[in-house]
Design a binder for this molecule. Structure first.
Ligand code: SF4
Length: 337
């Protein structure tokens, strides 16, 4: 008598993640990350099915604007906005009319989310005052877009203040696996970041958290990171691929190879069946046009249009055309309110 063939990790994922909505464990994620290129198509198809089953066909579109650029005191080794590295980025503030205009342009693309970002360790009184004034001015402009913020680490008082301003989602990335974090950042800890995320969740804001792939982490650490994010269970997970920035310690790092990046995207989807998974920085460099489409068919269901802070993204029109071609409707604001 011959025994039944052993189940592959994709068979297991089909039953566990697709049918039951239970994300893969760290060991299972690692197995997926080790699949060969010959299984990539099957993997992407499964990740797409999982996304369609648990999230639906809509794509959330977000615009992002930098309120305060550069001159950050922290030393995140990937970041061109750190004031500690000789990068070409100079410190600058955006004024309120500029913010209102960017929010209006974002709304006009059909985006439902507008994220206000600042390069800081955490916000001070001046920055929070600007955010408050900015949100008020956006609303006075008749713009009902949802506001998200990314302003670094927060105190409980600041969390409460943001809730009171009507900020509904907060982005704070864990950036990489806990075991790798100290190699990437020395001026604060992974646990400090986790603490901010805990406060955001408890205050009732949506949690947006992700990181950057390609910062010298091992494949085991990629699996560890996906499992740690799954444990956090964010409303949105933002996936970036390293863009080696001139002047930073990572300026000579290799860009993540396209197939490897797609495999990682799909593995993260199988780890987290329900959250939005957003393609953020680095997708053009890593994937080009074709790969972006493959990613959208491999588990991604949210994108950022226009600029990604210090790197030019594609134009909003190009992305919206791509979504139309893929038959993926942009999530309407009435669906999210
Ligand atoms: S805290 Fe943010 S802005 Fe500052 S160096 Fe790190 S990633 Fe860059």
């Amino acid at each position: 008598m011959t025994s039944a063939p052993e189940k592959t990790v994709l068979d297991v994922a089909r039953e566990q993640v697709l049918e039951r909505g239970v994300g893969l464990s760290q060991e299972q994620i690692l197995e997926v990350l080790r699949l060969g290129d010959d299984q990539l198509t099957d993997l992407l198809e499964l990740a797409h099915e999982v996304r369609m089953r648990w999230c639906g066909p809509e794509v959330e579109v977000e615009g992002i604007i930098s309120l305060k650029t550069g001159g950050c005191p922290e030393d995140c080794h990937f970041c061109s906005q750190s004031g500690r590295f000789p990068t070409p980025v100079r410190s600058a503030w955006l004024d309120i009319p500029g913010l209102v205009k960017a929010a209006r342009q974002t709304r006009d693309t059909g985006a439902t989310e507008f994220c206000i970002v600042a390069a800081v360790r955490g916000p001070d009184k001046r920055l929070l005052g600007q955010v408050r004034e900015g949100i008020k001015a956006i609303r006075e402009d008749g713009n009902d877009i949802q506001i998200a913020c990314s302003l670094g680490m927060l105190t409980q008082e600041q969390v409460d203040e943001l809730v009171e301003m009507g900020v509904h989602r907060y982005n704070h990335n864990l950036e990489t696996a806990k075991s790798h974090f100290a190699n990437v950042v020395t001026t604060h800890t992974w646990d400090e970041r986790w603490e901010t995320l805990r406060m955001i969740r408890e205050a009732g804001m949506e949690v947006c958290c992700g990181g950057i792939i390609g910062m010298g982490e091992t494949v085991e650490q990629r699996a560890e990171f996906a499992a740690q994010l799954a444990e956090l269970n964010p409303d949105e997970c933002t996936m970036n691929f390293l863009i080696p920035q001139p002047g930073t310690p990572y300026e000579n790092y290799e860009v993540v190879e396209g197939k490897d990046a797609l495999r990682t995207v799909a593995a993260f989807r199988l780890a987290m069946p329900r959250p939005l998974i957003r393609f953020s920085g680095g997708r053009e460099l890593t994937f080009g046009d074709l790969g972006t489409k493959q990613g959208m068919l491999g588990g991604i269901n949210a994108i950022i249009v226009g600029n990604y802070l210090t790197n030019l993204g594609r134009s909003a029109d190009q992305d919206l055309e791509m979504l139309e071609e893929l038959n993926m409707p942009v999530k309407a604001i009435s669906d999210v309110l």
